[in-house]
Design a protein around this ligand. Structure first.
Ligand code: FAD
Ligand code: NAP
Length: 342
């Protein structure tokens, strides 16, 4: 059957309509789901920025939607909750507050972005062959994850003596007046060892080389602290304990090749973090450790219209409250950026 000119035009129109139907175009897309992402969503929702969409991830980087706080128990240092609450409860509340002001939250992971021109293009995991989602601005709040050692026994005693955040967990009763160990030789390890001496009976700082990598001032602080014993040339080998909690760490003195057990009730990893920046690598300026570089005092990245908030751009503070604060900054920066096109 031959098609008339009109029917061909109609088919073309319909195809175009279908393509347009598939092309979702957001004003702001938030990628991530921790305190930074939800705070940005709350601010933008209240500012009536629409369409406003958050991709909260589906086990992105191995962490549930809600981010790092979903991996811990009690949060005692987030202002406004004097009795404390679990990390998951806090994140559920943030999500609820974000939805209340109109942010659409989608439980999918973003696997690819094209930031070479605006509107930016965004693809969901498993949907890389489909039409991209378009967005006038992006807030990157994908967070970071603490590096782990994957020692034998680590899984069993994770959060039952083993932690990757001394500031977060150090003050809990199970660590009070007990011997603890910190692994690492950088500024974080020194800072965490010093911090833990407020609560611990003793802190072993376990360093794999014969020297610390930390800055001179931090080195001096740990060397001067009588509660800290630095074990140079030591590697952690195995986490040991009873049916519930960690009680010992097997270590290797690596110059003499001698293994022994250190009695410790807490083990804190301070061997660095990995920021979740793979999706923007090569498109946004990153520092030498992979964190997104922002213009100091702002959330602006090297790409106009792309803003970064939370741990993905913060190698220093890495706290829920600082992440939330930077999420607020990103929302206000994004709002100001969009206002120039009104
Ligand atoms: P994150 O919490 O890092 O969350 C980002 C999330 O975004 C990811 O986890 C993932 O779910 C999602 N995501 C990542 N990539 C993508 C993608 N491509 N697409 C879609 N989604 C994606 N801080 C405190 O202030 N107090 C505490 O008591 C405390 N306890 C802690 C205990 C532990 C065990 C840990 C690990 C951290 C703790 N912290 C604590 C630190 C705090 O959790 C972080 O500073 C904070 O969560 C960082 O928030 P964020 O918004 O940057 O994102
Ligand atoms: P870092 O500088 O990368 O140090 C990581 C430490 O962990 C190093 O000593 C490293 O050992 C050790 N390590 C890594 N993998 C290990 C493994 N598998 N087994 C045993 N040890 C291992 O990380 P950071 O201390 O988190 O610091 C990150 C950045 O933040 C730095 O720029 C730091 O200056 C900054 N920071 C600053 C402050 C401050 O100024 N107050 C506080 C915290 C962090 P090697 O040395 O042998 O490689």
């Amino acid at each position: 059957m031959f098609r008339t000119h009109t029917s061909i035009v109609n088919i073309a129109k319909n195809n175009l309509l279908n393509i347009n139907k598939k092309m979702v175009h957001n004003k702001v897309t938030i990628i991530g789901s921790g305190p930074a992402a939800h705070t940005a969503g709350i601010y933008l929702g209240r500012a009536e920025i629409k369409p406003l969409v958050m991709f909260e991830g589906m086990m992105a980087n191995g962490i549930a939607a809600g981010g790092q706080l979903t991996t811990t128990t009690e949060i005692e240092n987030f202002p406004g909750f004097p009795e404390g609450m679990t990390g998951s409860e806090l994140m559920d509340l943030m999500k609820k507050q974000n939805e209340k002001f109109g942010c659409e939250i989608i439980t999918e992971t973003i696997s690819q972005v094209d930031l070479s021109s605006r509107p930016f293009k965004i693809w969901k995991e498993w949907c890389e062959d489909e039409e991209p989602i378009l967005s006038d601005a992006i807030i990157l709040a994908t967070g970071a994850s603490a590096k782990r050692l994957n020692l034998p026994g680590e899984e069993k005693y994770w959060q039952k003596g083993i932690s990757a955040c001394a500031v977060c967990d150090g003050a809990i009763p199970m660590f009070r007046n007990k011997p603890l160990a910190v692994i690492g030789g950088g500024d974080s390890a020194c800072e965490e060892a010093n911090f833990l001496t407020k609560y611990a009976s003793k802190v072993y700082l376990i360093v794999r080389k014969d020297h610390l990598r930390a800055s001179t001032i931090m080195q001096k602080r740990v060397e001067k602290n009588e509660k800290i014993e630095i074990l140079y040339n030591h590697n952690p080998v195995e986490a040991l304990g009873d049916s519930k909690f960690l009680t010992h760490l097997k270590v290797l003195q690596n110059t003499e090749n001698k293994e022994y057990e250190l009695p410790v009730n807490g083990l804190f990893y301070a061997i660095g973090h990995k920021p979740a920046t793979d999706i923007v690598k090569g498109q946004v300026d990153l520092d030498e450790t992979g964190y997104v570089k922002t213009v100091p005092g702002t959330s602006k990245t090297s790409v106009e219209g792309v803003f970064a908030a939370g741990d993905v751009q913060d190698s220093k503070y890495r706290q829920a409250i600082t992440s939330a604060g930077s999420g607020c900054m990103a929302a206000l920066d994004a709002e100001q950026f969009l206002s120039q096109f009104e």
